[in-house]
Design a protein around this ligand. Structure first.
Ligand code: C2E
Ligand code: CA
Ligand code: CA
Length: 949
């Protein structure tokens, strides 16, 4: 069976059919069928002039029917689905049609409702699906709107989302046909003085709201809400809640007058759909929040990971640096040269920084010069030292700070005229410091495009530079130490060779006389010993020793000066040499003494010939300081023999003795040491020991006294004490014999003291006996040996006090030779004697060359004219002139004068005539022992002299 719907496709067809039935059955001519569609009524079909009938609204509102009009509600249960209205009296005949219509309307309605429900279902399903399909909220929102449009007229629609943390409402989706500008955001709790918005109120309320315009205005007023823009005809809002029931936002639908108002079903559907929208948004939001969290977590992890990687890299870098540092330190300690150190350093640096090209520049401030102890470059040739210019290195030196030149800053650089080499793309230089001293620059450069130095590289370079500075100083110190060693070695070598030369010179000097360059005494002794040994062992030839002494050399030396003396010695050496054969050995023993070793001597004849030649050689004068000077030589010769000699030194001693004999025999000549001399010598040795004994005993050594007479009055004015030796066996010995022995043996000082003591004792005794008056002086001879005795003055002082003699009574006679030897010491001793009050006499005046100068240099009281002048006085004019001159000089210097050796009356007469103060000599009295003094004879002279006057 077919359903109604199948017969009557639409309610309009069903209504038309029912009306046609009415017309057939009841004769109704005017009728209409109404159907309710929501709030509105729809005229389904009409018969005749249906507009004469009342409308459905009128009927529903209880409007009265015109006469002749009837209306029947079409009901489904309580609900009125429509109306059938007609004019006429169809009566009950209409019921079946009404029922049919009713069923039809119900059917249509149910069908429509089913369609709408399906539609709604689908839309809601699609809404739910949106959460799955769309990733982000921005993609979801337009979809949501599209689905809402399927459900109702949502052309003015917005979605608000509430940010719980910020307590702010956003409007991610907003469509308003009349008022298209969406609010930016909205505060859920507005500040004081600001009104809450309707949306905020809705969200806070948490309940759906449907408001007509009137109601909207009422609510706004009641709640104190702000309402902007145009007022809609109806306003419908539903809060959006998440699964937990928390409000996350709201969805709002507005309808203006021109829009069809929503049916209650649509309103219901809106609220229902809003819940779905809430779920979808919540899911999307949750998901995006999750994604955000995941993203955040991931970023956090990535951050942590990056940090970790950086830390690991940093640690590795630090380790690498540390390693490099150690190796640098090691390098600086092990490198033997600066070059090796810097080469090693470059290798280490290249491990940390791109450093194919590296240079180390050092600045020398003193020289104002930059040098390059290290320079490794792929293209550029090694740099030469130069004065600072305008380069990068100079910039670093000038600023004392690192300099980084990258390709960018390079672009502005003017290309140089001679630029043929590739230009570095990047340059990095740092200063090298040691402490605060700027030593130089460490620089790297790169020609590659992709190597651009950065701050990191600068750090590395500075780090390395820090350690180079100190290491550099160390290596440099090491290097300079090495050069110092080399220099030192060189110096040592030089010094050694210098020392060798000096040693050789010293050895030469130690064996030679610096003046004549002849071998000296010690060399001679060695040569003599060697010759003696060879000879005494029977292997060598017989040899002779010559001892040569220059006569009166001291006088020359003193008169003409040391230079002249030296010249004389030099000349003497040459003269002696000229008399010898080349193999003879000549030496200067010291002073004016020379010695010669002559080999191949068979007998005395050979020696004597050579000795004579030497003596003759000295007969020619020597020209000294423009003067002719005669300096003769005294020679002693001895021949070696096995019989008399046992050691070499004895040969020299005997040669010396032979020379001495020559001197004694009047100088200028030679003496061959022979048997006679040997006995003589033995005799002298015996005498020496006997003299020693004599000095210890009383009575062997005696003072003989020789008086002085005053030239004017003939009065006795003094005595000179002269030594005599009363030898128990040999009888009386004169000083000429024993004084040389005393001088040589050093006994002379003891002898002089002995004499002084004995003479003073005698004078003291004579004075006590009244033999002599206080005016009588005592003259004592004093040897030059005393000038070495600092105690002398004190001793003499003690002695004269002992014998109660006035100091001025004592006259000390000194010969020139004493003064020649040690002029300085002589002055000191003489000064001490003067202080004592004793008087000094210059003995044998006129025999030397320099007596005059002594008179000026030392203070003498008395001058004794040598007997040689007195002896010739009455024979030669010359002597008289000299004596006269001496007397004049003495007068001028206020000196007393004693003339020695007066033997004849003629001499006496002349001296008296010349006005000589005092006189001494055999004419008056020979020296005599104290008891032998002829006092009467002395008294006679007084009378004689006075008688003459
Ligand atoms: P002298 O000091 O020049 O003494 C004078 C010497 O001339 C003495 O010789 C004396 O006897 C001698 N004589 C005196 N009158 C004449 C004269 O008219 N004609 C000649 N031809 N000779 C005369 P003597 O006593 O042999 O003394 C020689 C030298 O020995 C002294 O020379 C003196 O230098 C030294 N002498 C003597 N006794 C001592 C002494 O006790 N100590 C020191 N150191 N030397 C003394
Ligand atoms: Ca004398
Ligand atoms: Ca004398």
């Amino acid at each position: 069976m077919k359903s109604m719907a199948e017969y009557l496709a639409t309610p309009e067809q069903a209504a038309a059919m029912a009306l046609s039935l009415l017309q057939e059955q009841g004769g109704v001519r005017v009728a209409a069928v109404w159907r309710q569609l929501g709030a509105a009524w729809q005229l389904l079909a009409a018969l005749g002039a249906a507009d004469a009938l009342p409308s459905a609204e009128t009927l529903e509102g209880g409007g009265r029917l015109d006469a002749g009009c009837e209306a029947m509600p079409l009901r489904a249960g309580e609900q009125v689905l429509g109306w059938l209205v007609w004019r006429g009296d169809a009566g009950p005949a209409l019921n079946p049609s009404a029922a049919l219509l009713c069923a039809h309307l119900l059917c249509a309605r149910l069908g429509a409702e089913q369609v709408a429900a399906r539609e709604a279902n689908e839309a809601l399903f699609d809404i739910s699906q949106l959460a799955e399909e769309c990733g982000t909220i921005d993609q979801v929102l337009p979809g949501l709107h599209r689905q809402m449009m399927r459900l109702m007229d949502a052309s003015n629609f917005y979605i608000a989302l509430y940010d719980d943390e910020a307590q702010v409402i956003h409007f991610p989706f907003y469509i308003d046909q009349r008022d298209p500008a969406p609010p930016a955001s909205d505060a859920i709790f507005p500040l004081a003085g600001h009104a809450q918005s309707l949306t905020a109120w809705l969200i806070r309320g948490g309940k759906p709201v449907v408001l007509s315009r009137e109601r909207l205005l009422e609510v706004c007023q009641q709640e104190g809400l702000s309402r902007q823009g145009l007022l809609p005809a109806s306003w419908m809002g539903a809060p959006l809640a998440n699964a937990g029931g928390h409000v996350i936002g709201a969805v709002v639908l507005q309808l203006y007058e021109d829009q069809t108002p929503l049916t209650s079903a649509e309103q219901q559907l809106f609220l229902f759909a809003a819940r779905h929208v809430g779920f979808v948004l919540e899911r999307v939001l949750h998901r995006s929040q999750l994604e955000r969290q995941v993203w955040l977590r991931t970023s956090e992890l990535e951050g942590a990971n990056a940090r970790l990687r950086a830390e690991v890299a940093e640690r590795k870098r630090a380790e690498r640096f540390q390693g490099a540092l150690f190796r640098i330190a090691e390098l600086s300690n092990t490198s033997l040269s600066l070059e090796a150190f810097l080469g090693g350093l470059h290798r280490l640096l290249a491990e940390m920084v791109p450093a194919r090209n590296c240079l180390v520049a050092l600045y020398d401030q003193a020289e104002d010069c930059i040098s390059f102890p290290y320079c490794a470059d792929e293209y550029a040739p090694p740099l030469k030292p130069h004065r600072p210019g305008k380069g990068f290195v100079e910039q670093v030196l000038h600023s004392g700070r690192p300099l980084l030149i990258d390709p960018y800053s390079q672009q502005n650089r003017q290309p140089e005229a001679d630029e043929e080499l590739p230009r570095p793309k990047s340059w990095l230089g740092v200063p090298l410091y040691c402490g605060t001293d700027l030593l130089g620059v460490l620089a790297v450069q790169s020609y590659e495009e992709d190597v651009v130095y950065n701050f990191r590289d600068q750090e590395v370079l500075e780090f390395v530079a820090n350690h180079i500075g100190a290491a550099l100083t160390r290596v440099k110190a090491l290097e300079s130490l090495q050069t110092a060693y080399v220099e030192l070695e060189q110096r040592v070598r030089e010094r050694t060779s210098e020392l060798d030369a000096v040693n050789a010179q010293l050895e030469f000097d130690s064996l030679h006389d610096p003046l004549t360059k002849l071998p000296n005494r010690s060399y001679f002794s060695k040569a003599l010993r060697r010759a003696w040994e060879t000879y005494s062992h029977g292997g060598g030839e017989r040899f002779a020793v010559l001892f040569i002494d220059l006569d009166r050399f001291k006088l020359v030396n003193d008169t003409l000066g040391h230079l002249a003396g030296d010249h004389l010695l030099f000349e003497a050496g040459a003269r002696i040499r000229s008399c010898l054969r080349h193999y003879d050995f000549l030496a200067r023993l010291g002073g004016d003494e020379f010695a010669v070793l002559m080999f191949g001597m068979d007998g005395g004849g050979d020696c004597e010939r050579i000795a004579q030649r030497i003596v003759s050689e000295f007969e020619r004068p020597v020209i000294l300081a423009g003067r002719e000077v005669f300096s003769t030589a005294s020679v002693g010769v001895v021949l070696a023999d096995h019989e008399h000699y046992h050691k070499a030194d004895d040969l020299l001693r005997d040669a010396d003795h032979a020379m001495y004999c020559t001197k004694q025999q009047g100088r200028q000549g030679y003496t061959l040491f022979n048997h006679e001399l040997r006995i003589n010598q033995a005799d002298q040795l015996a005498l020496e020991s006997e003299l020693r004994r004599a000095l210890e005993e009383e009575g062997q050594l005696l003072p003989y006294f020789q008086p002085f007479i005053e030239g004017d009055s003939g009065e006795l004015v003094g005595f000179e004490a002269l030594a005599r030796w009363q030898h128990p066996q040999r009888g009386l010995i004169s000083p000429g014999l024993f004084l040389p022995i005393a001088e040589e043996s050093g006994l002379i000082t003891r002898l002089d003291r002995y004499m002084l003591n004995a003479a003073c004792a005698q004078l003291s005794a004579w004075r006590a006996q009244g033999r002599v008056g206080p005016e009588v002086a005592l003259h004592i001879n004093l040897s030059s040996a005393h000038f070495h005795d600092p105690e002398l003055a004190a001793w003499i002082g003690e002695r004269i006090r002992h014998y109660r003699l006035p100091p001025a009574t004592l006259h000390l006679e000194i010969t020139e030779s004493a003064l020649i030897d040690q002029p300085e010491i002589a002055a000191t001793v003489m000064h001490a004697l003067h202080e004592l009050g004793v008087r000094l006499a210059l003995d044998d005046f006129g025999t030397g060359y320099s007596a005059l100068s002594y008179l000026h240099r030392y203070r003498f009281d008395v001058l004794k004219i040598d007997q040689s002048f007195v002896f010739d006085l009455d024979r030669t004019q010359e002597s008289a002139a000299i004596v006269r001159a001496i007397l004049a000089l003495a007068k001028a210097l206020d000196l007393e004068v004693v003339a020695e050796g007066v033997e004849t009356a003629a001499q006496l007469a002349m001296l008296k005539k010349m006005g000589c103060g005092k006189l001494q000599g055999f004419y008056f009295a020979a020296p005599a022992p104290a008891q032998g003094v002829d006092w009467e004879r002395l008294a006679r002279f007084r009378k004689e002299f006075q008688g003459e006057r």
